[in-house]
Design a protein around this ligand. Structure first.
Ligand code: PLP
Length: 365
């Protein structure tokens, strides 16, 4: 720490991202990326012409991307007989981490604070610290599922990842709706980074509840983790607040290439559906395979599994797999017994299973 650092930040405990090794190639199953390349439409959109315009600032409203998101979600909602969403109900950011940061800054300050499940996305407490917010971690149930009832009566802004980070456990939409309806003066932020792998999105509730903000990312289900595109859908007023935050910080938060990449990704519904279906199928296969090897896993509806097994610790398994060229995530703390494994392609998962089998054999368990 230099002697110049503001005292407010001297105790900062920064978020630790999963390893992104640049030295050797691993079967990389540690940060919940998609195992597939971006849609060919994304590659086509960012090649050539747009790259030649990088001397010019990007569109601060990222209108091409906002329009594409509004159009896609309107189509999905209309199919369910629900009203669509307008472009004024969409906010876009440099990854959903940035969207969440703006939301924490805007809606969780003095006199309000923020409440989130104690097991969940590790960035929430970091944002709370960064913005000097009052943070209330809410205990989860015995089975690690989010205890919606424990939020009843809390006046803080609520942030819940659904399906939850780390566990992949899904909180039924009816519980989200209860949180929304029991206190309409409390904002509920639902972080749906993992909702495209078989869970139901809360976007359909946006039309009925102006205290709902749904946050999604293109990092997990749309092959753009490195493109950094996240977005939020909510009431026009809440979205206008987020834009005021952004225009007070970094108006050009999305670069030219990411705007076009994000728009092309969200327009290619067919590619999205087949990629997410493949991940869901592989998740269920992996779960079975791990079961056969004596592991238990949480009922994950995300693109990862959280697994543990008697006879081998989480850190031990993580290290043994790493030695065999397979990178998974050991989360430590309350989840020390577990490793979190991103669902990869069929080939990657086969390598993973073979490595786990070998490790168990070497340990004679
Ligand atoms: C991955 C993840 C994010 C961040 O996604 P980016 O868009 O890549 O910043 C946010 N919330 C949860 C729960 C995540 O798992």
């Amino acid at each position: 720490m230099s002697r110049f650092l503001d005292e407010r930040y001297s105790g900062l405990d920064p978020y630790v991202p999963g390893e992104q090794p640049q030295d050797r190639s691993y079967v990389k199953l540690n940060t919940n990326e998609s195992p597939f390349p971006p849609s060919p439409r994304v590659i086509a959109a960012i090649g050539g012409e747009e790259a030649e315009k990088l001397n010019l600032y990007s569109d601060p409203m990222a209108a091409t991307l906002v329009r594409a998101i509004a159009k896609r979600f309107t189509a999905v909602l209309k199919k369910k007989g629900l009203p669509g969403i307008s472009e004024k109900q969409v906010f876009v950011g440099n990854g959903s981490d940035e969207v969440l940061a703006f939301a924490f800054g805007a809606f969780c300050g003095k006199g309000r604070g923020v409440a989130f499940p104690e097991i969940g996305y590790g960035f929430y407490p970091v944002f709370a610290q960064f913005f000097s917010l009052d943070a209330t971690p809410v205990p989860v149930k015995e089975d690690m599922s989010v205890d919606a009832a424990a939020f009843k009566g809390l006046s803080q802004t609520v942030v819940i990842a659904n399906p939850n980070a780390q566990t992949g456990i899904y909180l039924p939409l009816s519980d989200i709706e209860t949180l929304l309806s029991e206190n309409k003066d409390r904002l509920v932020i639902v972080d749906e980074a993992y909702c495209d792998f078989g869970a139901e999105s809360a976007v359909g509730l946006v039309g009925r509840y102006d205290n709902l903000l749904v946050v999604q990312t293109m990092s997990k289900s749309r092959q753009l983790a490195g493109g950094r595109v996240g977005f939020a859908i909510g009431s026009e007023e809440v979205i206008a607040d987020l834009n005021a935050m952004k225009f007070s910080f970094n108006p050009y938060n999305l670069n030219r290439l990411s705007i076009l990449a994000g728009a092309a990704a969200v327009e290619d519904e067919e590619y999205f559906l087949s990629a997410t279906a493949a991940v869901i199928e592989e998740r269920e296969r992996l779960k079975k395979e791990f079961g056969k090897l004596g592991f238990e896993s949480t009922p994950s509806l995300a693109n990862f599994l959280l697994v543990r097994r008697g006879g081998i610790g989480g850190r031990e398994l993580y290290l043994a797999l790493k030695q065999k060229g397979v990178l998974v995530r050991w989360l430590g703390g309350r989840l020390s017994d577990y490793v979190r494994i991103t669902v990869g392609s069929r080939e990657q998962n086969d390598v993973l299973i073979a490595a786990v089998r070998e490790i168990l054999k070497e340990k004679s368990i």
